[in-house]
Ligand binder design. Structure first.
Ligand code: DAT
Ligand code: MG
Length: 151
């Protein structure tokens, strides 16, 4: 059986609402293994690259502003069919449609604040893990924590 990794991120509103623990807990209960976890505030360039395929969408500016508005919790979760299992746990993109029992179904109300991200394919997972945990990831920290250094 093929082990797989996927990239999952608690978005800024999930972090602010204190939901990291609840979300981590669901992945652990499902059977995933946590391979990496980090709190960071990302810059605009990384947010734009992460959501690059949505660049032409009318909500792209709002999406990037949201993702850079505060710290996120970036994670790599590992297991069998990790990408598909994570998407199932997270639920549909719009919390209105996400079933109760899923993370978005239980913790979110609106598509613009759907509190968690999960890679949509093995190729996306590899790309996103590279963006957030790869060699150049340190060049893309911004905001809150960086602000402390400047104070
Ligand atoms: P997902 O996060 O389920 O993979 P996606 O990749 O299509 O969904 O979109 C990425 C994020 O963009 C999504 O989590 C929330 C935001 N988004 C998507 N569609 C939107 C819309 N119609 N209005 C506002 N934000 C939207
Ligand atoms: Mg997506």
């Amino acid at each position: 059986q093929q082990q797989e990794q996927t990239f999952v991120m608690v978005k800024p509103d999930g972090v602010l609402r204190g939901l990291i623990g609840a979300i981590v807990s669901r992945f652990e209960q499902k059977g995933f293994k946590l391979a990496a976890i980090e709190i960071l505030t990302i810059d605009r360039a990384l947010a734009e690259r992460h959501y690059g395929e949505l660049r032409a969408k009318p909500f792209f500016g709002e999406l990037v502003a949201y993702l850079t508005s505060g710290p996120v919790c970036a994670m790599i979760w590992q297991g069998l069919h990790a990408v598909e299992n994570a998407r199932a746990l997270i639920g549909k993109t719009n919390p209105v449609e996400a079933a109760p029992g899923t993370i978005r179904g239980d913790f979110a109300m609106d598509i613009a604040g759907n509190i968690v991200h999960g890679s949509d394919s093995a190729a996306s997972a590899e790309r996103e893990i590279g963006l957030f945990f790869g060699r150049t990831a340190d060049d893309h920290r911004a905001g809150w924590l960086a602000g402390l250094d400047e104070a």
